[in-house]
Design a protein around this ligand. Structure first.
Ligand SMILES: C[S@@+](CC[C@H](N)C(=O)[O-])C[C@H]1O[C@@H](n2cnc3c(N)ncnc32)[C@H](O)[C@@H]1O
Length: 265
């Protein structure tokens, strides 16, 4: 699902101060802190930059988020275009960068421009995959590359965790059907999963903080507190159900976070 003004992405950027909107790649012994998340996200960006095929000079960053990776590629003297359906991301991009920008979903892109490489850093999951490969084929120069780094759902996975991300085997089958050759694949599930451990830690701290702050009100106004609790019961239950989304062991059991590099034939 794509959102034209995604508040959760704004929260990561404007409240948590994150320059990148993707998971981080963690070292095994790194402590779970926001500062280390920023380092882990930079490590993820470094990883993608290193994986750009050597002959790449013109790139489209599909779902470019805060444009952090675009700035990096522009500083490497590449021609880079950005794309995002998000209004805030469009404003940031057009205010700060002198480069072409497409304010639309990738599946709706109708430009005649063609690129050496399309980068989809955690944006492929939002694009219906038949349209993703169809439009990638039209947007790539002959022999161009499609770089994807994102999570995918394993075939036998069920439950709330199986609801976001493309089914891995169907996605790979579609890539072959549409003439894309897989030239590199890395499974980075283990190194990114600590991002969920940090998110879970922060969520628990926030809940504990709310518990402490509301203690006096609960003691002084028990009836009022019960009323408020009843009012938000459904939301509370949903929060409890969704807490599994931050469970890194469940994530590892049901999903794979993959780097995929395809070449169009
Ligand atoms: C999780 S963020 C990742 C942002 C950035 N690529 C990064 O790695 O930090 C997902 C991005 O995909 C964009 N997006 C959502 N739906 C999209 C679609 N249908 N086509 C292209 N981009 C989309 C969002 O606006 C956002 O920029």
């Amino acid at each position: 699902m794509s959102k034209e003004d995604d508040r959760s992405l704004r929260f990561y950027n404007e409240v948590l101060g994150l320059d990148h909107l993707h998971y981080g790649m963690w070292e095994e012994d790194e402590e779970l802190t926001l500062a280390n998340l920023k380092i882990a996200q930079l490590r993820y960006e470094d990883f993608l930059i290193e994986k750009l095929p050597t002959e790449t000079s013109k790139v489209l960053d599909v779902g470019c988020g805060t444009s952090a990776m675009i700035k990096r590629m522009l500083s490497m003297e590449m021609e880079v275009h950005g794309l995002s359906p998000d209004a805030t991301q469009k404003d940031n991009f057009t205010k700060n960068l002198n480069a072409p920008f497409y304010h639309c979903r990738f599946e709706e892109l109708e430009s005649e421009e063609t690129f050496d490489c399309l980068v989809m850093s955690e944006s492929a999951q939002y694009i219906p995959f038949d349209r993703l490969f169809e439009n990638a084929k039209r947007s790539l120069k002959p022999g161009g590359h499609l770089m994807i780094c994102d999570y995918f759902v394993l075939d036998d996975a069920t439950g709330v965790l199986a609801k976001s991300g493309h089914k891995l085997s169907a996605f790979m089958a579609e890539s072959e059907k549409q003439g894309f050759m897989l030239v590199e694949k890395c499974d980075v599930t283990d190194s990114i999963s600590k991002t969920l451990d940090l998110a879970s830690l922060l969520a628990n701290r926030i809940l504990k903080g709310l518990d402490i702050l509301s203690e006096r009100t609960r003691n002084k106004h028990p009836l009022f507190t019960r009323f408020v609790f009843r009012l938000f019961r459904k939301k509370w239950k949903k929060l409890e159900r969704d807490s599994v989304l931050l469970d890194s062991e469940q994530f590892k059991a049901k999903k794979r976070y993959l780097f995929l590099l395809f070449k169009v034939s």
